[in-house]
Design a protein around this ligand. Structure first.
Ligand SMILES: NC(=O)c1ccc[n+]([C@@H]2O[C@H](COP(=O)([O-])OP(=O)(O)OC[C@H]3O[C@@H](n4cnc5c(N)ncnc54)[C@H](OP(=O)(O)O)[C@@H]3O)[C@@H](O)[C@H]2O)c1
Length: 328
């Protein structure tokens, strides 16, 4: 075969591979690594017996993740502030997935009460003797323009979405380092990768997570501790009910409606569990067009920024008209 023919064959192979990847991307609801992990990687059954601590397990994505993990046979620690809701989720895990009551610990926890976090870890270790995976899922969204957001909201948002997970991770880390084993997961957002009008404080809180957890991934690598970031796009949950507005203490109080442009909660939870089972560094979980936009933002950031200003202007207009069916 001549060099020219070899070159042509290589170009055609590359073009076919790129086309195939493009098609997978367009029909998929997650990034290509996660897509490959779902089809060819380690199944969530590998999480059987592992002690997985899920924050924000009283509702939304965290609740569904608890069910996926229960079905996989994990032992669970369920945390959030509403103990009654946590007990409801625990009962569901027992009734529907046959998990033993002793294999689920309901542990009420407020992410913003940093001084209680060490005690929470002590309780988990007393019960299970180990923590294999910590999923920092709890968090709150926002709807308010920057110009209308008080600094107190920025602070509260950073407390719950950024410092809360950081605080909890810091008190879990010594145990994982001593065992030379562990997996820390942080649920960020598409908005943790790019800003969006109406979500200024939220975007800041999620972007900060990437800097901190990416650093942790490097520092903890030699201790055999893995770090995964998960970036969901719009997902059905109670996020808009409890979202911050421009004023502290005033929640948005809006229910998401069936038919809105959002992924089903259980599908998102399933993909998060696959990302955990395959120890994926960063997973993007979203429908289109957000998924393609993440790729554009990653590989052609200058183009994405230009597009964002124009798309953002339309969002801004909708927000000013009172629309809320936008990114969480
Ligand atoms: N839904 C989306 O479209 C979307 C998109 C991207 C990322 N996310 C992220 O996904 C995660 C889960 O959100 P979700 O959509 O499932 O919302 P959700 O239905 O409102 O659930 C939020 C969970 O966080 C808990 N939580 C809130 N404040 C807390 C605090 N101070 N201390 C402890 N727990 C607290 C809540 O429980 P209690 O009220 O009982 O404390 C609840 O269990 C969040 O990090 C969110 O930013 C969501």
């Amino acid at each position: 075969m001549k060099v020219k023919d070899l070159f042509l064959a290589a170009v055609i192979t590359l073009a076919v591979a790129a086309g195939l990847m493009g098609v997978i991307l367009l029909i998929s609801d997650c990034d290509l690594f996660l897509w490959a992990a779902e089809h060819f990687g380690t199944s969530t059954a590998s999480l059987a017996g592992q002690v997985v601590w899920v924050t924000g397990a009283s509702g939304g994505i965290g609740e569904e993740l608890a069910y996926v993990l229960a079905a996989a046979g994990s032992r669970l620690v369920l945390s959030a502030r509403r103990e009654q809701e946590l007990n409801r989720v625990k009962q569901m895990c027992v009734d529907k997935y046959g998990i033993q009551p002793g294999d689920i610990l309901v542990l009420p926890l407020d992410l913003q009460k940093f001084d209680t976090h060490q005690h929470a870890v002590d309780k988990v270790l007393k019960h299970f003797k180990q923590i294999d995976v910590l999923v920092n899922n709890a968090g709150r969204s926002q709807r308010a323009l920057i110009s209308e957001t008080s600094l107190d909201v920025d602070k509260a948002m950073l407390d719950v979405n950024t410092l809360g997970p950081i605080s909890l991770t810091k008190v879990v880390l010594p145990h994982m380092i001593a065992r030379r084993s562990g997996h820390i997961v942080a649920v960020s957002s598409v908005v943790g990768r790019m800003g969006a009008p109406g979500l200024g404080s939220y975007a800041a809180s999620k972007h900060a997570l990437h800097g901190w957890y990416d650093t942790l991934r490097m520092e903890a690598f030699e201790d055999n501790i893995h770090v995964s970031m998960v970036c969901p796009g719009p997902i059905f949950s109670d996020a808009l009910k409890h979202a911050f507005t421009g004023k502290v203490g005033k929640e948005l109080g809006i229910d998401m409606k069936p038919g809105e442009h959002r992924m089903a909660t259980d599908r998102c939870a399933q993909l998060i569990a696959i990302a955990i089972a395959n120890q994926i560094d960063e997973a993007w979980i979203s429908m289109q067009p957000e998924l393609s936009y993440l790729y554009l933002n990653q590989y052609l950031p200058a183009v994405a920024r230009r597009a964002a200003v124009r798309i953002g202007a339309r969002r801004l207009h909708k927000i000013k008209q009172g629309e809320t069916d936008l990114y969480s």
